[in-house]
Design a protein. Structure first.
Length: 260
């Protein structure tokens, strides 16, 4: 069975005078994914869904995504407020039908596992022992099905010192858990606002760019600027017995955009 997962990140929706550009960026990305043929089985947004974690921002997010026709899985980021996310989306498919910001969804050909790496008051991330134990149990449940593990913070350094200082604190512990299972097809992350791939824990870490602004490639000590570079999405596709990641141009592209 062929499977595919579309992957976007960091829309940073907000309200007020500055709210239009992030919302347009997210809507354009979702519309681009609907123009793919065949359509992906689901879409994952790996965090920083909104800018300040306010209820009115999640209301704006819901307005953008509520009529999207494909399964859409939301991942909390450091800009998100998990309690407000649950208040806005509990019981919907956006949180896997439940009421937590960590959850698993069984698709016919794969399992999506969403982790919550939010640390209150910090730009960095942490999963914690309880969540890692939960992940270990979930990965063991469908050993024959590929697992797509999703979180916001990269679990390893990616070569941009400013952002490496805000990565997942317990990335090595996560790697130990993933290393015990041979069914992890991809580890999906965001946070960096750049497309990056790297080997991780016997799998592949794939970081999606932002649907709004991209960060500069600053490979020395310093703070990256955020740039209005062309946006894109990732498409993770099962081809026979391997997974392949494609880049899908979104903005500044002569490509069809579908409505929803």
């Amino acid at each position: 069975m062929t499977a595919s997962i579309a992957h976007i990140s960091d829309p940073h929706l907000t309200t007020g005078p500055l709210g239009s550009a992030p919302a347009i960026g997210l809507g354009r990305a979702l519309g681009r994914l609907l123009a793919l043929d065949p359509l992906p089985d689901c879409v994952v947004i790996t965090g920083d869904l909104v800018e300040r974690g306010r209820p009115e921002e999640y209301a704006a997010l819901r307005e953008v995504i509520e009529h999207f026709p494909l399964p859409l899985h939301l991942v909390p980021g450091n800009h998100d407020e998990p309690g407000a996310m649950v208040e806005a989306f509990a019981g919907t498919g956006f949180l896997g039908g439940g009421g937590q910001t960590r959850y698993a969804v069984d698709h016919p050909a794969f399992t999506v596992v969403v982790l919550d790496s939010k640390v209150p008051g910090s730009g960095g991330g942490r999963l914690g022992e309880d969540q890692l134990q939960w992940l270990d149990t979930v990965l063991a449940r469908r050993r024959d099905a590929p697992a797509i593990v999703c979180l916001h913070h990269p679990p390893m350094p990616i070569g941009i010192p400013f952002l490496d200082g805000m990565r997942l604190e317990d990335g090595k512990a996560l790697a130990e858990v993933l290393g015990r299972h041979g069914n992890v097809a991809r580890v999906l992350a965001g946070h960096v606002h750049r497309p990056i791939t790297a080997p991780f824990a016997g799998s592949i870490l794939a970081i999606a760019p932002s649907t709004h602004l991209q960060s500069g490639l600053v490979r020395h000590e310093g703070t990256p600027n955020y740039l209005p570079e062309p946006t894109s999405a990732l498409l993770h596709v099962q081809v026979e017995d391997v997974w392949v990641t494609h880049t899908v141009a979104v903005s500044h592209a002569a490509a069809p955009i579908a409505g929803y």
